[in-house]
Write a protein that binds this ligand. Structure first.
Ligand code: KIV
Ligand code: ZN
Length: 506
């Protein structure tokens, strides 16, 4: 088989990244983009872990049709029942059972013997198999498990119906050569391995997740588990865009393909960064802001003469919009709509109207409106669609002599207009205090950062904040050419998410 199956776990392992919680609608939006991207499998969540995860998996199973929809479960019959309940309406459901296999985990965490674990793995895969033919099994911490024991577990679970066996480098401990040998050994030593697809799932603790995954592929693995932007538990998972583009760009070396529509990669990366609140580092391969920027004179000279001199990939193949076209205040609705569609957005009429109004307001303040500005303002408009409280007006006074003061007007859930004012240590503090007086939900601000979307004094500022309430972190983002307004919008966004989550939890 010369196709590598792309198993995306952005919504499960990716969401396990500290501070990266997504609400149900956001998960669905990402799942839809993953479908456009052409991933083969979406791991939509871990239904037994929380009612929210259960709901998200069920919704994605009903709404997203092309990929296999997978639900993760630990090796416990009630959890497997719950996973099936969540995923059963998918056109192609998969249950993914995991169980620790290394002696380190058996001894210190599960306090069970190897024989007990072998029996649990066998019986729980058989239990899951009652529900669907598509069963994946992961012996957790496989890279630190004695290979002979690993072979036994894999043989046992394949015998009772596992159709994919996934080899996780759970703690990111493996080295490429060694991990490749492990995969080769599995393919040689597990007698019934021909009945299952061998998959890998690598973490990035030593920065080797992509290298380990590719070495595994070279040695016969045919499914790679990965996430957009490489987000995930601790240092993250193997990055999908890096895996896919390495296989595509070095087809001469790997001789393999994936079914990913690479032109959707950039959009997926922006969306995941936007919704999780995890920025993409500028030098990130494939999707970082500098990934296709040439600064040195010699390089620029080469690129002008022939791009292949210093560019191994055409940025358009990953969907990076060409920045040559800028819009301005004379651009009409048609040009704006056209640019949106080139950037991969298809907005309904209402959303388009709102985005166009926001574009016109921005074009009045900013001479050239770039693609990044458009992405930022569309995201800002989408954030305000399902608000409980809406920021209506904001007035701030501050300076080195005055006392920072903010007056705020909000529109509440029943359409009522609410107004109040507060003093603070600075203008943002004053704004947040005034909003708190009106909304009245206790929380603690744990993170606050501002960055500009593009260069120039008239750039849009994007504010990212995180607040904590009852031990749960909520992310908020806001964008505006005025960073105090952007800060207020980000706070409203985080508070609205907090209120929606509290309402959902009853
Ligand atoms: O890292 C890991 O071992 C996992 C398993 C659940 C596959 O995420
Ligand atoms: Zn993992």
């Amino acid at each position: 088989m010369d196709k590598v199956i792309i198993f995306d776990t952005t919504l499960r392992d990716g969401e396990q990244a500290a501070g990266g919680t997504l609400n149900i609608q956001e998960k669905l939006e990402i799942a839809r983009q993953l479908e456009k991207l052409g991933v083969d499998v979406i791991e939509a969540g871990f239904p037994a872990s929380s009612p929210g995860d259960f709901e998200a998996v069920s919704l994605i199973a009903r709404e997203v049709h092309t990929p296999v929809i997978c639900a993760l479960t630990h090796a416990n019959s009630n959890a497997i029942d719950r996973a099936w309940e969540a995923v059963k309406e998918a056109e192609r459901p998969r249950i993914h059972v995991f169980l620790s296999a290394s002696d380190i985990h058996l001894m210190h965490q599960l306090k069970k013997s190897r024989d007990q674990i072998l029996e649990m793995a066998r019986s729980m895969v058989a239990w899951a198999k009652k529900y669907t033919s598509d069963i994946e099994f992961s012996p957790m911490d496989a890279s630190r498990t004695e290979p002979e024991y690993l072979y036994q577990i894999l043989e046992a679970v394949i015998a009772v119906g596992a159709t994919t066996v996934n080899i996780p480098d759970t703690v990111g401990y493996a080295i490429p050569d060694e991990f490749g040998e492990l995969i080769k050994g599995i393919l040689q030593k597990v007698p019934n391995i021909g009945k299952a697809v061998v998959s890998v799932h690598c973490h990035n603790d030593l920065g080797l997740a992509v290298a380990n995954s590719l070495e595994a592929v070279r040695n016969g693995a045919r499914q790679v588990e990965c996430t957009i932007n490489g987000i995930g538990e601790r240092a993250g998972n193997a990055s999908m865009e890096e895996i896919v583009m390495a296989i595509k760009t070095r087809n001469d070396f790997f001789g393999l393909t994936t079914e990913i529509d690479t032109r959707q990669i950039y959009k997926a990366s922006r969306l995941v960064s936007e919704l999780t609140g995890f920025p993409v580092q500028p030098n990130k391969a494939i999707v970082g802001a500098n990934a296709f920027r040439h600064e040195s004179g010699i390089h620029q000279d080469g690129i002008i003469k022939m791009p292949i001199t210093y560019e191994i990939m055409d940025p358009r193949t990953v969907g990076i919009p060409s920045s040559s076209l800028v819009l301005g205040k004379l651009s009409g609705r048609h040009a704006f709509k056209q640019r949106l569609s080139e950037l991969g957005y298809s907005l309904n009429d209402d959303d388009l109207n709102r985005a166009f109004t926001a574009f016109k307001e921005l074009a009045d303040k900013k001479k050239n409106v770039t693609d990044r500005d458009i992405e930022s303002l569309v995201a800002e408009e989408q954030r305000t669609v399902s608000e409980v409280y809406h920021l209506d007006r904001l007035q701030v006074s501050c300076g080195d002599r005055g006392i920072p003061t903010a007056a705020v007007r909000l529109v509440g859930p029943a359409g009522q207009v609410l107004a109040d004012a507060a003093l603070g240590t600075g203008p943002v503090d004053a704004v947040y205090k005034a909003i708190n007086r009106l909304v009245g939900v206790s929380n603690e601000l744990t993170e606050f950062s501002v960055k500009s979307v593009t260069e120039g004094i008239d750039a849009i500022g994007e504010v990212l904040i995180r607040i904590e309430s009852d031990g749960i972190t909520y992310t908020g983002r806001g964008a505006d050419t005025d960073i105090i307004i952007a800060s207020a919008k980000a706070y409203m966004n985080a508070l609205n998410r907090l209120l929606a989550a509290k309402k959902e939890a009853g």
